[in-house]
Ligand binder design. Structure first.
Ligand SMILES: [Zn+2]
Length: 295
């Protein structure tokens, strides 16, 4: 857990922090780049550190785009919780609660969870977070449908919907390259992608995310990562996502972000693109809570 002062310093030191995250070269298995990289600044800056940026963002994007990875890293940089719908559902199922058993039954049948079930879970998570003093969020995997988006905005202000995109042929290749370590559970990717610039679209370079030697012989492919299933998943995603994108666009909240490279190149570019929104969230928080009072 980042301490408030550290999170504030991290926010302020953003551009440099990005470069360090880049330099530390930890693109691999989830989690945030180490905050330690810029903690040397924290002591000196803490006295005049600005308020943290309690952003309220949702990350949209097709399966395989790396949304979860980017959402978790951005959230860690800003000191806000990364709330992934998939994680919430898995945790609820694992808990064996009545709701969890209901979810398991639906998932077992290969059906999508009803909006109302997903919403209930998310609201409970947000309420628990508020009680624990959390401010802001980065949501990932939610909202999935227009009805979910409407329900979310009816109860929670959202500052930005970041819509991550990646060319379809790359998405398919990336999904087919996914590997899971059967021992430590970390995700890797054997796809080595290069697409030249074409028809006004930028060049795409994505090197593989190779496992360390201790994992290399334990790689497993998920049964549903084959081309037909991946393409069907993308179609299902597009059908659902287009109305969600339209919904946020109509409210001036949608920002498109095209991915053209791997995590080390993309994360700094993403954070730079988000910088004005981070500043706006910080200013908004300062205006709303001039005394930063704790209830
Ligand atoms: Zn492993």
């Amino acid at each position: 857990m980042a301490q408030p002062a550290l999170a504030a310093a991290a926010t302020r030191a953003l551009p440099r922090a990005l470069l360090r995250a880049l330099a530390s070269g930890t693109p691999a298995a989830g989690g945030a780049p180490a905050v330690a990289g810029f903690s040397s600044n924290a002591a000196g800056d803490a006295a005049q550190a600005p308020a943290p940026a309690p952003v309220r963002w949702v990350f949209l994007g097709p399966p395989g785009v790396g949304k979860g990875t980017y959402a978790s890293r951005v959230a860690a940089q800003l000191g806000v919780p990364h709330i992934a719908a998939g994680d919430l559902v898995r945790a609820e199922i694992k808990s064996g609660s009545a709701l969890g058993r209901e979810m398991q039954a639906i998932v077992n049948e290969g059906r999508l969870l009803p909006d109302e079930v997903v919403l209930r879970t998310l609201r409970a998570r947000l309420a628990a977070g508020r009680e624990a003093g959390e401010r802001g969020f980065v949501l990932d995997g939610f909202p999935r449908t227009r009805a979910q988006a409407e329900a979310l905005l009816a109860s929670e202000p959202v500052h930005l919907a970041l819509n991550m995109g990646l060319r379809e042929e790359v998405l398919v290749e990336k999904c087919m390259g996914r590997r899971l370590c059967s021992k430590c559970g970390k995700n890797w990717n054997v796809a080595d992608i290069y697409l030249p610039a074409q028809g006004g679209r930028p060049e795409i370079v994505m090197p593989p995310l190779s496992p360390p030697p201790q994992c290399a012989h334990l790689m497993e492919t998920r049964a549903d990562d084959n081309e037909a299933v991946i393409k069907r998943r993308l179609q299902v995603y597009r059908d659902e996502a287009t109305p969600v994108e339209d919904f946020f666009r109509a409210r001036g909240l949608l920002a498109d972000f095209e991915i053209t490279a791997g995590i080390p190149e993309t994360l700094p570019r993403l954070l730079a693109a988000l910088a004005p929104h981070i500043a706006a969230a910080r200013d908004g928080a300062a205006a709303a809570e001039p005394r930063a009072a704790h209830a």
